[in-house]
Design a protein around this ligand. Structure first.
Ligand code: ATP
Length: 364
């Protein structure tokens, strides 16, 4: 078990700066997600924690000890790649015990450890079966057993479920999270899938172009994105942006654009000029009495809700309505925005601090 602290870590590959100065802390026992699009530097960050890459500058602490320049072998951390390559010629027990045997652990200790892991995973009764004839679910449990059988200080996982089809992936992510809750080992998990990150993580770091854009619990990141990038990367459909010229500040409780006035939270950060008004689709109500108008361009039925695409004076926006709302293409309707949920972003793409989002930390 371990706390992992990253301080001002930077990684260059020749002239290319893959990770800019990054700092965050992974607490002991957390299930921690490194999330971002392809090429943003999440694998490089994970490999630096493991000791498979050395930082160009900055420090990495594991349980308070600075290990940034130490090789992987001295960090007692398990790096889990793809989980699903089992040894087909070995039975379940041998597949799980292989990592311990290759470490030179004594046979009785191996036996006991394998029994413990099999018990946790509910596969004690199949230990002597060949892996070839197992069901998909059992194969996954064996693969998981082999990945976690060592007792390292932390598990680092790089898109471990990436190769699975959607159904298995969901099942396996639930199982992995449940296993973590039983064992409580610090786990760092790389993914580019925002839903996976939201569902599985205690905390999330969102990266883009080598920069930590935001760090926090899933709800905070969803409700109060620190940057426009996070607001668009998280959420499906993403947050709507309405560009406007105006001013916000301690005494401004509304903004005005397209001949309509919108209530907003009080802002501690004052700003004026070109600003962005951000609102999530589910915080927009279709309300004929509202003065801000839009025309329905498309309706996407999703069962309990429907996504309504509207043309407004400030561009196309998407609202999430309940399926019971009667909406038809071509209809003109008013739009009401829930004032407690509005984010205003400055010209640099960072959110402006308000009474509602003041805990959000922006980086970069
Ligand atoms: P992906 O999900 O595609 O793996 P990622 O967010 O994990 O993306 P990284 O693998 O960390 O991204 O790579 C970040 C950037 O650093 C990329 O532009 C990549 O091409 C570059 N990079 C990574 N490793 C090396 C290397 N050994 N030499 C040169 N450039 C590298």
């Amino acid at each position: 078990m371990a706390q992992i602290r990253i301080e001002n870590v930077r990684k260059d590959f020749g002239a290319f700066n893959a990770v800019k100065s990054s700092s965050f802390t992974i607490e002991d026992g957390e299930f921690f997600m490194l999330l971002g699009p392809s090429g943003c530097g999440k694998t490089t960050t994970l490999r630096m924690m493991a000791g498979l890459e050395l930082p160009t500058s900055g420090e990495i602490y594991i349980d308070g000890e600075e290990v940034g320049q130490k090789p992987a072998s001295q960090r007692d951390i398990a790096f889990v790649f793809q989980m699903f390559a089992l040894y087909p010629h070995m039975n379940v027990r041998k597949n799980i015990s292989y990592p311990l045997q290759s470490q030179g652990m004594a046979k009785p200790a191996v036996k006991q450890k394998v029994a413990e892991i099999a018990d946790i995973l509910g596969i004690s009764d199949i230990l002597d079966r060949p892996v070839g004839g197992l069901s998909g679910g059992d194969r996954q449990r064996v693969a998981l057993g082999r990945a976690i059988v060592r007792d390292p200080k932390a598990f680092l996982m790089d898109e471990p479920l990436g190769a699975l089809d959607a159904e298995f992936r969901e099942h396996m992510s639930e199982e992995l999270r449940a296993l973590h809750d039983r064992m409580g080992a610090t786990t760092v998990y790389v993914t580019h899938d925002q839903l996976e990150a939201m569902q599985m993580g205690d905390k999330i770091v969102v990266m883009n172009h080598g920069v930590v854009e935001q760090f926090g619990i899933p709800q905070e990141i969803y409700d109060w994105p620190a940057t426009k990038f996070v607001a668009q990367f998280i959420g499906s459909p993403p947050m709507n942006f309405l560009e406007f010229n105006g001013a916000v500040g301690a005494n401004a409780e509304q903004v005005e654009f397209a001949e309509a006035k919108f209530a907003i939270p009080k802002h501690r950060d004052g700003a004026k000029g070109a600003l962005t008004f951000g609102i999530r689709p589910e915080h927009i109500a279709l309300d004929d009495s509202a003065p801000y108008r839009g025309v329905v361009l498309a309706v996407e039925y999703l069962g309990t809700t429907q996504i309504v695409t509207l043309d407004t004076p400030n561009g196309t926006i998407k609202a999430r309505a309940t399926s019971n709302d009667a909406v038809r293409i071509g209809q003109r309707t008013g739009l009401r925005f829930d004032p407690r949920t509005i984010s205003i972003f400055g010209a640099d793409g960072h959110v402006l601090k308000s009474a509602a989002n003041e805990r959000v930390v922006t980086h970069g």
